[in-house]
Structure formats: structure tokens, C-alpha cells
Design a protein around this ligand. Structure first.
Ligand code: NAD
Ligand code: DAU
Length: 339
């Protein structure tokens, strides 16, 4: 099998490339990534010399380039992680989210159709379902929950999902979609809540918590997400959507307090700041379909996963400190002021 993984220099794509290269030595894994601010080849160091791994730099929205690549490589499967992924950035600069997340997906779908790809998998998000109220803990997102997006990011991801499903219905392209809750774990870019808090707490810097910190996210360790995508690729049914989540709901404040306790840092570092516009209140996934139909089960609880993650950040300071001293420093300065 020759498998194209797009966005494999990012957080989840990078973890997925590690997973696939190591687990399937007879498959060829081609990692296509534009290396935007979020792409980092350092993440691929552990696999870069493996004979079944190859990196290609390029843009999923560049149609001529993508068509050439597909003609040359004749991929059997495509797994699309490539995206602009940060909600806050989508609020200040929505245009690139449409270009990459919507138009890029359309280009990959056309190339997959033209070159007879046997499976196209779209990595989507629970954010396409909008949010749930805090006072209804009995409610969860199922695959049948209507799409009801809040941010330019989630709107772009929902648009992409609709194109993916249209290519199944209209052209018979064998597609699958996974909609996952918030991931955390190694190689997570430090603009996102968990690595942001770990890196700033270690430097005794203020920890920005939006609003009152009462918004709820349903955390899933990235390696459990990678296992789920692997299962869907090999056993999932074309045309189907699978929700992925591990029943690990926490308020943002609880997440921050857990990290502070593990690092032995004071809660006085917490600073409540202006809320994110349109901030989704609660995400919570019902994973019954992937559990019963494909036998998926997460290995990590939030407690074991957050400990492993904090440990990784303590042991891999160079990885994230290189990022903090680069272009990202300017973004952070605009968001929260000088470090
Ligand atoms: P990320 O921002 O860490 O990585 C995105 C990668 O895509 C980067 O390596 C970047 O260089 C690359 N990229 C961006 N534009 C590109 C383009 N035009 N062509 C080629 N490559 C391009 O993102 P992530 O958090 O790893 O998310 C990966 C995917 O999973 C995204 O599709 C996201 O919507 C989805 N997702 C993320 C989460 C989460 O919690 N992080 C949860 C559910 C779904
Ligand atoms: O649910 C899946 C989604 O999870 C993915 O589709 C997105 O790509 C991914 O970025 C993530 O989106 P969130 O907006 O939930 O993640 P983020 O880490 O940006 O924020 C998590 C929560 O923490 C959210 O309620 C906002 C809050 N937050 C975030 C930051 C960066 C803060 O309170 N302070 C912060 O500085």
C-alpha cells in the first residue's frame, strides 16, 4: 500500500506518521506538508531515515502540483490532516481557512477521484456540531447531530466534510470521515491550551484562561486518535462518519489546575482574560459507533494521558523552545503582549 498523509509535519499528522511507519513497514508512507508556521520537520526526526517514509513539501490547494504528485505516486489511500487548525487564528484571519481547509480538500478529492484512490479519509472535528449547554450533561454529539458551526475554523471544516460526503454520493469515491474531540500529547504546538499552559507555567509566566474557565472540552490522547484512524482506514465502511472521543470532559480551569499541581506551580499564575468571541461552551462525544462497530477503545484516561504528556514536555524542551523562539513569538506577542 502507498499511503499519502497530508499535514504530517503537524501535531496529529506527525503522531500518525510515526504510528503508520512503525506499524506497517511494508507500506509506503508519503508525508505531504506545506510547512506553515505549524509544520515542523523536527517532529519527524524519529522516522526520517526509515525506508518506508518519504517527505514532500507542497500545498494541498495547489491543483497542478497535487495532480502531478498523484499521477507520479499512484496512491492507494489518502489521509487528510492538512489544515489551518487554530480557532483563534480563524477569528482574526478567516481567508486562509477557506483556502486550505475547503479548497485544499476539494483538490485532494478531485485528485483521488481521477487517480482511483481506494480510500480517502478526512480528519474532521467535533467542532462541526457546534456546542452543548453546560446544564445538560446527558447530551452528547452523535454522528447524526446536525452540523451547527460557530467559528470560521469549524465552518471551514464542516464545509470540507460536506464536499467529502458529496464525492461519495455523487461519484462513488470511497470516503470516510472521523470527527474527533480535543487531542493532546507529544508534539502539540504551544499555541493550544495544554502545551501553552505547560510551557508558560514552567517559565513562571501568566496563564491566560478565557472568560471564567468554565468551558468544557472532551480530551483524547493523540495516540488513541491515531489508533482510531488506523482502524477506520482498514475496517471502516465507505460513506460513513465516525465520532472519536474518550469521555474525558474537563473544564478549562480544571485542566490548568491539574497541570499546575503536577508541575508544583502556584494557581496565582492564572489570569482570566477576555473571552474568545463565539466561544463554544461544551464539547462531548458519544463514541458508541466506533466502539461497537470497529472495536475501538482508548488506552489513556485523562489522568494517565496528561501525566505522560507533561513528562514528554519536560523531556523534550528543545522541541518546543525552538518553536517559542521563532515566528510564533510574534503571534504570541500580538495575542497576549511581550513575554
Ligand atoms: P496542526 O496545525 O498541528 O498541523 C497542521 C499541519 O498542516 C501543519 O504541519 C501544516 O504545515 C500543514 N498544512 C497547513 N496548510 C497546508 C497546506 N495548504 N498544504 C499542506 N499542508 C498544510 O493541526 P493538528 O492539530 O495536528 O490537526 C490536524 C487535523 O486534525 C486538522 O485537520 C484538524 O482540523 C483536525 N483535528 C484536530 C484536533 C485537535 O485537537 N488538534 C481535533 C480534531 C480534529
Ligand atoms: O475539538 C476539537 C478541536 O480542538 C480541533 O478541531 C481544533 O483544531 C483544536 O485547536 C481544538 O480547538 P479548541 O479551540 O478547543 O482548542 P484550544 O486549545 O485553542 O482551546 C481549548 C480551550 O481552552 C478552549 O475552550 C479555549 C481555551 N483557551 C485556549 C487558549 C489558547 C484558553 O482559555 N486560553 C488560551 O490561551
Amino acid at each position: 500500500m502507498k499511503i499519502l498523509v497530508t499535514g504530517g509535519a503537524g501535531f496529529i499528522g506527525g503522531n500518525f506518521v510515526h504510528h503508520m511507519v512503525n506499524k506497517y513497514p511494508n507500506d509506503e508512507i508519503v508525508n505531504l506538508d506545506l510547512l506553515t508556521y505549524a509544520g515542523n520537520l523536527e517532529t519527524l526526526k524519529p522516522v526520517e531515515d526509515k525506508p518506508n517514509y518519504k517527505f514532500v513539501k507542497g500545498d494541498i490547494a495547489d491543483e497542478a502540483f497535487i495532480m502531478d504528485l498523484f499521477e507520479k505516486e499512484q496512491f492507494d489511500m489518502v489521509v487528510n490532516f492538512a489544515a489551518e487548525s487554530h480557532v483563534d487564528r480563524s477569528i482574526t484571519d478567516p481567508g486562509i481557512f477557506v483556502t486550505t481547509n475547503v479548497m485544499g480538500t476539494r483538490v485532494l478529492l478531485d485528485a483521488s477521484k481521477k487517480y482511483g484512490v481506494k480510500r480517502y479519509h478526512q480528519v474532521s472535528t467535533d467542532e462541526v456540531y457546534g456546542d452543548l449547554p453546560l446544564d445538560r450533561p446527558d447530551l452528547f454529539f452523535t454522528e447524526d447531530t446536525p452540523l451547527h458551526t460557530s467559528s470560521p475554523y469549524s465552518s471551514s471544516k464542516a464545509s470540507a466534510d460536506l464536499f467529502v460526503l458529496a464525492y461519495y454520493r455523487t461519484y462513488g469515491l470511497p470516503v470516510t470521515i472521523s470527527r474527533c474531540s480535543n487531542n493532546y500529547g507529544p508534539y502539540h504546538f504551544p499555541e493550544k491550551l495544554i502545551p501553552l499552559i505547560i510551557s508558560r507555567a514552567l517559565a513562571d509566566e501568566e496563564l491566560p484562561v478565557y472568560g471564567k474557565g468554565e468551558n468544557v472540552r472532551d480530551w483524547l490522547h493523540v495516540s488513541d486518535h491515531c489508533e482510531a484512524i488506523d482502524l477506520i482506514l482498514h475496517k471502516g465502511k465507505p460513506g460513513e462518519v465516525y465520532n472519536v472521543g474518550g469521555h474525558n470532559e474537563r473544564t478549562n480551569l480544571e485542566v490548568v489546575q491539574t497541570i499546575l499541581k503536577a508541575l508544583d506551580k502556584p494557581e496565582s499564575l492564572i489570569k482570566f482574560v477576555t473571552d474568545r468571541p463565539g466561544h463554544d461552551m461544551r464539547y462531548a462525544i458519544d463514541p458508541a459507533k466506533i466502539e461497537t462497530e470497529l472495536g475501538w477503545k482508548p488506552k489513556y484516561t485523562f489522568d494517565t494521558g496528561i501525566r505522560q504528556t507533561i513528562e514528554w514536555y519536560l523531556n523534550n524542551k528543545e522541541w518546543w523552545q525552538n518553536i517559542l523562539s521563532g515566528e510564533y513569538a510574534n503571534y504570541f506577542e500580538n495575542q497576549y503582549g511581550k513575554r
